[in-house]
Structure formats: C-alpha cells, structure tokens
Design a protein around this ligand. Structure first.
Ligand code: PCA
Length: 221
C-alpha cells in the first residue's frame, strides 16, 4: 500500500528577548494534523547557531517528503516565501547562547547558495487566491533562519524532497510591545490557517508529480 506523505514542519523558539515566536506557535498547532492526506510532524529548533543544525539533522534522518521551515521576520507584512539560502552567517544580534558569528560560512567549501525546491511562485499565487497575502522574498537574511534553510537544502540536495523556508510576520502581542515604529502583525489563527493552506498546496504539487523546482516556476502576474 502507498505510504501517506510525511511533512516536517519546523519552527523556532523565541529569540531576541521575546517570549513568543509565531513560527513555533504555528508549527506546534499543526503537529499531528493531517493535511490533504499527509501527516504533519512539528519540530522546534533552538535559536542557537551551534545547536539548530544537530536538531534539524536528527529529524531529517528519517527522510520526509516535504519540509517546510518557518521563522519569524519582524517587519514583514505577509508570508515571505524565501527563494534562496546563502552560505554565510552574519548575525545582527546574538543568538540565544550569546553567540554572534560575523561573516562565517554555514558550510566551509559548500556552494555559495541553494534555491528553495518548493514551487515558490505557485505557493504565493495559491496563498493569495485563498486570501492570504504572500510574496516571494529574495533573502532569508543571514541569521539562524538562513543557516537552517541553507543546511536543509544542502542536506537534502538531490534527494527528491521538496523543502524550503517561509518567514512569518509578528503576532499582535509581540507587535504591541515592539520598540520603535509600529510593525505589521497577524493573529495566530490566521497564520495557522495560512500555513495549513501552504501545506495543502505543497502536497497537491507533489501529488501531481511535479518534481523539485530548483528554479522559478512561472510569473506572478
Ligand atoms: N527568525 C530568525 C531566527 C529565528 C526566527 O524565527 C531569523 O530570521 O533568522
């Protein structure tokens, strides 16, 4: 019998003095949920350069069909579907262990960058059609999210797994206390519904036998 598809959905612990991270609030809400016949397993990643990859690698040992990694990006106003992970760590703030690497490769000798193997344009169009603002983002930054995204693509390269990264806006509770100019936020329920929709789109893409994308999958308009 055909095995059901398995989805790994990762989120990060809070960082930067926050007590919440939307990526983990969303991932944990979807743990164990079935989306379009595929089962979701949520995994929390530490926001620590020296620890995040070991946690990720452990979960990838039992290779899933789809991996969607989530992170918080304060200031973003929509679902930011990341196009590319770069081979550099250049931290703007210390991680949760107080480390702040500057201009260090994620993988010494590795390629300069990896593209998402998710259908990034179809995902954006599908999310927007379902009422969730979304866009393709050209940079996942150079903090722990980019490190995880790069390592994910590096580890799974050529394995036929569809994997990529989406940055999420802040939660309203976070935005209300954020210092400086007001930042956009989305309620957790909306973020959960949007990610669930994203997963359904990714399962459908995979079921249609549309392989890795590795490069753009069409125009956005
Ligand atoms: N966002 C940070 C790290 C963890 C998270 O949720 C980032 O964008 O790198």
């Amino acid at each position: 019998m055909l095995q059901p598809m398995r989805i790994l959905l990762t989120g990060f612990e809070p960082f930067g003095g926050q007590s919440l991270n939307p990526s983990w609030e969303v991932a944990r809400a979807l743990h164990g949920v079935w989306v379009a016949g595929a089962q979701v397993t949520a995994l929390q990643l530490p926001c620590v350069f020296a620890q995040a990859l070991a946690t990720l690698q452990q979960a990838l040992a039992d290779v899933p069909d789809i991996v969607l990694a989530l992170g918080q990006a304060e200031g973003r106003c929509d679902f930011s579907v990341e196009r590319v992970a770069i081979n550099v760590l250049d931290a703007r703030i210390p991680d949760n262990a107080g480390q702040q690497p500057i201009d260090i490769p994620v993988s010494a000798g590795g390629p300069a960058a990896y593209f998402s193997t998710l259908p990034i344009k179809s995902l954006v169009l599908g999310l927007k059609a379902a009422g969730f603002p979304a866009s393709v983002s050209p940079s996942a930054g150079s903090f722990v999210c980019n490190q995880v995204f790069y390592a994910l693509q590096h580890t799974l390269a050529g394995r036929g797994v569809h994997s990529g990264f989406v940055h999420l806006p802040l939660l309203p509770e976070q935005a209300a206390q954020w210092p400086g100019p007001a930042l956009p936020s989305w309620p957790v329920g909306l973020q959960i519904a949007g990610v669930q929709q994203a997963l359904a789109l990714l399962v459908a893409h995979r079921q249609q036998g549309l392989g890795d994308v590795a490069w753009g999958d069409g125009a956005l308009n």
